[in-house]
Design a protein around this ligand. Structure first.
Ligand code: ASP
Length: 342
């Protein structure tokens, strides 16, 4: 099919961007997608063709792996018909979904831009219009008829980030996201400035492969001084548990108390994968740098390096769904698969 203008598929999943206030309770709730588009006549001025599709709109606090599969399937089904995809999503769990989709869409060679807003699109002071319009422009960017962006990213408040590097940092400010360990992919000012050397470069010879098998029998434990043996044991004693992400201190440090290290060692020997990520928003796990992380390294804990919690969770579900051996699992987790770690 020969096309003059880029064609963009706008996928609406819900979130504040498309919500209205309930008259009686004052609470925000999802509303009709078509009405949402009527609120932005500016979309017709964009130099691209826009098609829209919507699943059941939800508040993103209700997001789950089944819904991630639905989004991936929508993209898969229309992959050849569109030049780019914009996903409207609630900001609360947007970084989780963007991270998950980055792993699910292997060899992605087109832009998938997540965006949303802090205020509904109908509000006078809304941030939704700028976020939506620029996301569509980003998804339409082409050079020699090829998309400029070939990865899952997130656009919010004048910045384009690699999706699996983002985290929601603020429930109040329009600048709600940050990418603490990776440079922004683009910035929107008077010009839209793309940091080309930081863009993901997929292998052009490989076709899109969509992974839909996600295993969410996992747990996430944030350590704190005084966390008890009973609490840790109760999590690890769950019979369906396959892997645990430990949010440790600083560069991947934790208590050296014998009960803790022995418990982890025993679970690893039984085939439970344990991933070490840091509670710090920036920087990386470096097991062995301090005595308080040497034992973790010795017993075979996997390093999450500088991965975000959001990407750590979805990478874990994705790799567990791949059914790979224990040894392969550790090396696959410690290697950047979609630019999610350094
Ligand atoms: N609770 C909303 C959601 O994540 C917040 C937002 O859209 O910003 O769906």
């Amino acid at each position: 099919m020969s096309r003059t203008k880029p064609s963009i598929l706008l996928i609406y999943t819900g979130g504040t961007i498309g919500m209205i206030r309930d008259f009686k309770t004052g609470a925000l709730k999802a509303f009709d997608f078509k009405t949402l588009l009527d609120k932005i006549p500016e979309l017709q001025l964009l130099d691209c063709n826009i098609d829209t599709v919507s699943n059941k709109p939800i508040d993103s606090s209700n997001m789950n792996p089944d819904y991630w599969v639905e989004i991936a399937e929508l993209i898969e089904a229309s992959y050849d018909d569109f030049d780019g995809f914009v996903v409207l999503h609630g900001s609360d769990t947007m970084s989780y979904t963007a991270s998950a989709l980055s792993f699910m869409l292997e060899n992605l060679a087109k832009p998938v831009v997540f965006t949303g807003s802090q205020l509904p699109i109908g509000d006078l002071r809304t941030d939704a219009k700028e976020n939506l319009i620029t996301s569509i422009q980003v998804a339409s960017l082409q050079k020699d008829k090829e998309p400029v962006i070939k990865e899952v990213c997130l656009y919010f408040e004048y910045k384009l980030y690699r999706g699996n590097r983002t985290t929601k940092i603020n429930a109040e400010h329009f600048q709600a996201f940050a990418s603490p360990n990776y440079t922004d992919l683009a910035e929107s000012g008077v010009h839209l400035k793309v940091n080309k050397r930081y863009l993901f470069k997929p292998d052009p010879n490989k076709p899109l492969k969509v992974h839909k098998n996600l295993d969410h029998n996992i747990a996430l434990i944030k350590l704190f001084p005084g966390i008890t043996k009973t609490v840790i044991e109760s999590i690890f004693n769950n019979p369906s548990l396959k892997a645990v992400i430990l949010e440790t201190y600083g560069a991947g440090n934790c208590t050296t108390e014998a009960w803790f290290i022995e418990l982890l060692e025993e679970k690893i020997s039984k085939g439970i994968h344990i991933i070490n990520i840091t509670q710090c928003s920036g920087g990386s796990v470096m097991m062995g740098q301090y005595e308080t992380s040497s034992s973790l390294k010795r017993i075979g804990v996997i390093s999450g390096k500088d991965i975000t919690t959001e990407a750590a969770v979805s990478k874990l579900m994705y790799l567990l769904g791949q059914n790979i051996s224990k040894e392969m699992f550790k090396s696959a987790y410690e290697m950047p698969l979609r630019g999610e770690m350094t």
